[in-house]
Design a protein around this ligand. Structure first.
Ligand code: FES
Ligand SMILES: [Fe+2]
Length: 454
């Protein structure tokens, strides 16, 4: 194995890499080389006061990923999304309209529904059996006369904004918030080539973790840690020069695979690239869980390992009835990761989509890590309800790379409490974490000068 060194400046560049020019639409997140690091107060990750500010000024006002369309595809399908104390009920109506409501009975405040299900034809509170239609209109009040005049129009369930991006359903409790498409811009247009509507949800795996929700999503906002936590990826991953971009709220990374990291002084042999790729994402080339992947498969004349990987992924897709013919080799081989404010990272491969989401837990030191797993299916293929499970961090097995992140996140929070650690120090490579904080400041009404750096 080659030795790892720090990347030399001026390594290989890729189309679309942002270097000196400000990205289109960017007002913050300067990506030019820094004179000093950005320093973020550690208290943002551990203090109850900060968490309280988020609870008041962020979560009730921001668009949040709630579930997938496959959770609420048929009339009567419903799904409860929770974020801390907030609970939103998403319902597919008899008229096929998608609606969302605050999950509270307007009689005495009982929670209306818990979990998810199908076949709902009314929303009935179990406490005293007040009942609403799936459109949120009050339908029935037992012993109604006892209330005197009680107007149905004044007892509509509290509406919540709901909208979709490809297969993903978002909600926003703030009815005055901008439309989802405006909030997500330009990510929706950026990803249109992926034909996002073809991804079908298979599962959401929820894992409670002892870390702040930002600690969690930060680990999916930079590739600086690949050389620390995911070293087996190094021979098959350029973890240094993948193009990053930050927009006003969101960011992206293009992660090239099938080439070695420039951190490897002597590069990597074709065999090392192959072994690294199979060890970390062998299922993409029909080699899931292989300890010994064997020699590099036979190649066509002049075919690089990277081109071979693209061909094998294409063949895998074809054998599953998925047409990847419209995509070029780089689109097929590489990872297309987005970071959408505040708490999700959709990670696109052409054949699958994983969405990482972190939600606040009961204390600043707790969160829920949710992993959405989706797979591309042929247009018109039948869809089935996803499987949603909660696993504990010790036993969850969600693939080699995610497993490594989960193990690390269990130790990522405790150090933040040490009195000598006052600030996180961010490099240019960690610009997507900085962007999260710049946007948090806006929502929370914190002076931008609280983050230093230049
Ligand atoms: S609290 Fe729901 S009907 Fe009374
Ligand atoms: Fe990671």
């Amino acid at each position: 194995m080659s030795r790892i060194r720090d990347a030399a400046p001026g390594g290989p560049k890729y189309a679309g890499e942002v270097t000196d020019e400000a990205p289109v639409g960017s007002t913050i997140g300067d990506v030019s080389p820094r004179r000093t690091p950005v320093r973020v107060p550690a208290s943002r990750y551990i203090s109850t006061e900060w968490a309280q500010l988020e609870a008041e000024r962020l979560w009730p006002h921001v668009w949040q990923l709630a579930c997938t369309l496959d959770h609420v595809r048929e009339p009567g399908d419903w799904f409860e999304y929770t974020c801390g104390p907030l609970s939103v009920l998403i319902v597919r109506g008899d008229d096929s309209g998608l609606r969302a409501f605050q999950n509270v009975c307007l009689h005495r405040g009982n929670e209306l529904c818990s979990g998810s299900g199908t076949g709902m034809d009314e929303i009935r509170c179990v406490y005293h059996r007040w009942c609403w239609g799936l459109d949120g209109r009050l339908r029935e009040v037992p012993s109604r006369k006892g209330f005197g005049v009680l107007k149905n129009d004044e007892y509509m369930l509290n509406a919540v904004q709901v909208d979709t991006w490809g297969p993903l359903v978002f909600v926003n409790l703030d009815l005055s918030a901008e439309p989802l498409a405006d909030f997500l811009a330009p990510v929706v247009n950026e990803t249109a080539w992926l034909r996002t509507e073809e991804y079908a949800a298979r599962a959401i795996i929820t894992i409670p973790l002892p870390c702040n929700w930002k600690t969690g999503i930060d680990a999916f906002s930079e590739t600086y840690h690949v050389q620390g936590i995911h070293r087996q990826m190094i021979p098959s991953t350029d973890d240094v020069n993948g193009p990053q971009q930050v927009w006003e709220r969101h960011g992206r990374l293009g992660q090239p695979y099938g080439i070695p990291s420039p951190r490897l002084r002597d590069g990597a042999t074709d065999q090392e690239i192959w072994e690294s790729f199979v060890a970390t994402q062998g299922e993409r080339v029909g080699q899931p869980g292989r300890e010994d992947p064997g020699p590099v498969p036979e190649r066509r004349a002049g075919e690089s390992v990277r081109a071979l990987l693209a061909r094998l992924i294409r063949e895998q897709g074809a054998s599953a009835g998925i047409d990847l013919g419209a995509f070029d080799d780089a689109q097929i081989t590489d990872l297309h990761q987005y970071n959408c404010f505040p708490n999700i990272s959709p990670v696109f491969l052409v054949e699958s989509l994983a969405v990482v989401r972190t939600r606040p837990g009961g204390t600043p030191d707790d969160c829920l890590l949710d992993l959405f797993f989706l797979q591309r299916v042929a247009p018109g293929a039948p869809r089935s309800a996803p499987v949603d499970v909660t696993m504990d961090a010790e036993t969850a097995d969600v693939g080699t790379v995610f497993n490594q992140d989960i193990v690390n996140l269990q130790r990522a929070q405790r150090g933040l409490h040490q009195p000598g650690f006052t600030h996180l120090t961010l490099s240019r490579e960690e610009m997507r974490i900085e962007n999260l904080h710049r946007n948090l400041e806006r929502y929370l009404g914190i002076e931008p000068s609280d983050i230093t750096g230049g």
